[in-house]
Design a protein around this ligand. Structure first.
Ligand SMILES: Cc1ncc(COP(=O)(O)O)c(C=O)c1O
Length: 395
């Protein structure tokens, strides 16, 4: 049975897939249909932060499967209630959660909540500020705040109410607030898909002082940076402020589909019965797993380890930069790291794959992107960089 051929025949080609048919995962390794073993430095796009075949996750999912797969949101369930309590306790006192199925839906919901709050306050003719090279998802609303035109073409998403400026550009930020009535700002604190661009402290401080003056709703997209990825449970913790809304997805379910947004108490009346909803949102299996994920990842020792291993990873990237003239600017935080490559990133990723290492790419095919499961250790890093060096020597 040729799985690649069947897939190419029957599945709409929206992805340029790596030529691998994956069959199972164990810890930080993935195995293909022929039993070949791959070290995973990508976690299924920053999703499997606790790796694969994790005992506690398996137990939570299997226990829940035996009890109840699904309940509509016309009912209460324990896993959903416990997860909501945990999320609020770890984010904003007296905040509220909405559960959905994916990151892009979390962004849609967050935008709806912000817009409806402003509507109820009688705010009109305001603008939304978003950033060039951002990525917030593929639905029409999320695309309208995604600052990469290549994703818009042909979809009629251009929205004159959304303004894009350069990320990390303080002067443009000040200028745009002088000219425009901005009431919603959405950003990632590290642009993942856009090229692993870390928001500078300076830039965020400027944004926060403008917020004091101008009073807008600040949405931080933590879909990729959240759940321990940066070495903190949420990326915003590193900048010493509280957003008004955060969006979550990806690693929250470690592979089980779930998204969420959490908003501050003052916004809670924005969405009431009938204004928003989801059939599958807060699915009991995904929520049971997410409870385990949060319990594991929010432990201080776990996050300390991520920060420690991150230093070693970054040292290795710096070594690569000095060894290979086509690599430059290693960057990132925790285990969301990248390095610019002058040879096409996809070609490097394919060569790495031939050496049994899975890495990602970002930006305009010019960034090697590393987002391994957060459980990697020193030995895995040594192994991964040996494989990567072998691949890079081919260029
Ligand atoms: C920052 C950010 N927001 C939103 C999304 C969209 O999430 P999903 O693909 O789960 O809908 C992504 C996915 O890459 C992301 O990285």
């Amino acid at each position: 049975m040729n799985i690649k051929a069947i897939s190419e025949n029957y599945i709409l080609k929206t992805y340029n897939r790596y030529p691998l048919v994956l069959e199972k995962g164990e810890g930080v390794y993935l195995y293909d249909e022929n039993g070949n073993k791959y070290l995973d430095f990508f976690s299924g796009i920053a999703v499997c932060n606790l790796g694969y075949n994790h005992k506690k996750i398996n137990e939570a999912a299997i226990d829940q499967i035996k009890k109840l797969y699904h309940a509509s949101n016309f009912f209460y369930t324990k896993p959903q209630a416990f997860l909501a309590k945990k999320l609020v306790e770890k984010t904003f006192k007296d905040g509220k959660v909405f559960f959905c199925n994916s990151g892009t839906e979390a962004v849609e919901g967050a935008l709806k909540a912000a817009k409806r709050y402003l509507y109820l306050k009688g705010e009109k003719d305001y603008k939304i500020l978003a950033f060039k090279n951002s990525f917030h998802g593929r639905t029409l609303g999320a695309l309208s705040v995604t600052g990469q035109e290549k994703y818009w073409e042909g979809f009629d998403v251009k929205n004159d109410n959304v303004i894009f400026i350069d990320f990390n550009d303080k002067e443009s930020l000040k200028k745009v607030f002088e000219k425009e009535n901005i009431k919603i700002v959405i950003l990632e604190l590290i642009q993942g898909e856009g090229g692993i661009n870390v928001a500078s402290k300076d830039f965020i401080e400027t944004l926060l002082s403008l917020k004091q003056e101008r009073n807008f709703i600040l949405i931080i997209d933590e879909i990729q940076t959240g759940i321990g990825r940066t070495g903190k449970l949420f990326a915003f913790e590193d900048y010493n402020f509280e957003p008004d809304i955060i969006t979550l997805g990806k690693a929250l379910g470690n592979g089980f589909p779930i998204g969420a947004f959490v908003l501050k108490e003052y916004l809670k009346e924005a969405l009431t019965p009938g204004t928003h909803g989801s059939t599958f949102g807060g699915n009991p299996i995904s929520c049971s797993v997410a409870n385990v994920v949060l319990d594991e990842i929010s432990q201080k020792e776990f996050l300390d380890k991520v920060q420690k291993i991150s230093k070693l990873f970054m040292e290795k990237l710096k070594e690569l930069e000095s060894k290979f003239s086509f690599l430059e600017n290693p960057r990132g935080k925790g285990l969301i790291l990248g390095i610019t490559t002058k040879v096409p990133a996809r070609e490097v990723a394919l060569k790495a794959l031939e050496n049994n290492l899975i890495i990602g790419i970002a930006g305009n095919n010019d960034t090697l992107r590393f987002e391994p499961p957060l459980i990697i250790n020193e030995t895995h890093i040594e192994e991964g960089f040996e494989k990567l060096v072998k691949a890079l020597k081919k260029f």
